[in-house]
Design a binder for this molecule. Structure first.
Ligand SMILES: [Zn+2]
Length: 137
């Protein structure tokens, strides 16, 4: 029987698919989040994309340093897939940074029902070769 690993909106750091993704993972392991910026039109992506969605040009990885965001939207997951059933119900939230970039992650310490516009703080977690980011409220 194949070994089953829990996936928690994290990135497994022991398998990189491309050199671009490897750089993203190494940064994430050290508590840094990378965005990407198109070398042609300047469009920015978070999480990073290797190729621009608009013109398919290459993107550069750049450290993303914003940590404070506001809750843009969320869902409460009551019926989780098997790999996340121990965490249900859980909140998946989109936070919007002052720059306008948005990021999807779990809220891991809800103090009550989420409210659109409430402040979120980006945090990092790195356990058992699984690096991820999450929102704290
Ligand atoms: Zn572009």
């Amino acid at each position: 029987m194949a070994e089953r690993k829990e996936v928690y909106l994290g990135y497994s750091t022991d398998k990189a698919i491309t050199p671009f993704f490897q750089k993203f993972l190494e940064a994430l392991e050290s508590g840094k989040l990378m965005k990407s910026k198109c070398t042609k039109c300047g469009a920015e992506y978070l999480p990073p994309r290797q190729h621009c969605q608009k013109d398919m040009s290459d993107c550069d990885l750049i450290e993303f340093t914003e940590r404070e965001a506001k809750l843009y939207s969320y869902v409460i997951v009551d019926f989780a897939p098997a790999s996340l059933s121990s965490k249900q119900p859980y909140i998946v939230a989109i936070g919007e940074f002052p720059s306008g970039l948005r990021l999807t992650a779990h809220i891991t310490n809800p103090m009550g029902p989420p409210t659109v516009g409430m402040p979120l703080k980006l945090a990092f977690e790195n356990q058992d070769k699984m690096a991820t980011y999450k929102w704290l409220v």
